[in-house]
Design a protein around this ligand. Sequence first.
Ligand SMILES: C[S@@+](CC[C@H](N)C(=O)[O-])C[C@H]1O[C@@H](n2cnc3c(N)ncnc32)[C@H](O)[C@@H]1O
Length: 407
Amino acid sequence: VKYFKNTDLIRLLNVSDKTVRNWVQGAQTGKIELDLWEEKGRTYIADTLANAPILERLAEKGRKYRNSRTYKVLTPTRLFYDLYSTKEIIEIASSLDDYGKYPFYYRYTGEGAKQWSDYLDRLGRGGSSNILNETIDLLGSCYGHLDNIIRGYSHVNVVDVGIGNCVAAKDLLTHLNKGKKLRKYIAVDISRELLDAGRERIHQWFGDQIEYEPHQCNIGFDKLADISHNDTYDKDATSTLNIFLFLGGTVLNFKDAAQPLRILRESMSGGDLLISSLKLDTPRSRRFFDFDAGQSKAQLSVQNSFILDVLNISPNLYDVEQFYSENQKARIIQVRLRTSLELKFAADRFLKTVELKKGSTIEILRVCHYSDYEFLEHQRNTGLDNILSMKSLNDEYMISIAKLAKG
Ligand SMILES: C[S@@+](CC[C@H](N)C(=O)[O-])C[C@H]1O[C@@H](n2cnc3c(N)ncnc32)[C@H](O)[C@@H]1O
């Protein structure tokens, strides 16, 4: 390659498109001493040894100028670097840079995991209709049908995808354990902290009766097939039934429900079942933002402010916006910056400066809205066949049991 594409320079030197165009113009008019390259009628900056130090100097000068004038320069906190691996930091920085979004699944790390587990505990104690209580009730109503299916198998594994505090699965585990066919509770979650807490809870509830097998992975990307297919207890794989749980509306945090559903479908085999529960799209759910469930009302709940706090973005730097978007069919929580920021990430050899302009937004939570029909349609399109679905008495929550579609 004899020249830099503008996009290369933007990425390499962390400058804007406008800056690169100004450099080209400056070189064309002789104000800057850069060698240029013509290709198909367009002018680029040449990739030469002489240009390299000049480009570095120009970029550095531009950064200093911007910083001193308009940008507040921030570095993430020590805690941020303790919580996330370099790979995760690269993903977070890139997502902020490319889309202005904090990957939602990293909210369940560190203090975020504890907050989420406490939140679910409060829901469980709450007694009123909420996603956790309704999930447990609806699941309980399916036992008759599940028992009929299980009768044809020697063993059952429960693969809980997105375990939270394990409370949603507890009654089902108790029920299956009584039938003496339950072999393993396979806990799949992105959060190491929740997986560790899950081990303690399962032990506390069931002692050594249920084998706990944790797997840390991202259900948006990582296949689970190795997890669910690697033991069958008998030579005949058909004698083991895997019941996948995808409860508590975890599916709603994915921009496209098909993404995790496809991964789940590919992880299933034979007569395996997938049980999902979610909050449905209703006029009431479109107004639902209370993740604090009884805590004093901050501008952002602790779970949501936590991720900004660890990045060192303090509340005086943003305004909170939470709304239902008709266009995107999603409830969104985002913050709008009151001032321009430069977030400087440095982990091992990864160095990146993310520029966030005044007035731009950082999305910290998105919850998609589906009617029961729309969710089942997503399942069908992914190759999953609904065999039982039910709505809560107040029509606000649903559960579905699906198996692999034939053919
Ligand atoms: C909404 S909670 C549901 C918890 C539980 N199933 C319930 O019904 O109470 C979401 C859970 O999924 C996990 N999770 C979220 N996104 C994930 C992802 N991409 N991959 C794996 N786990 C994820 C979270 O750590 C959390 O435990």
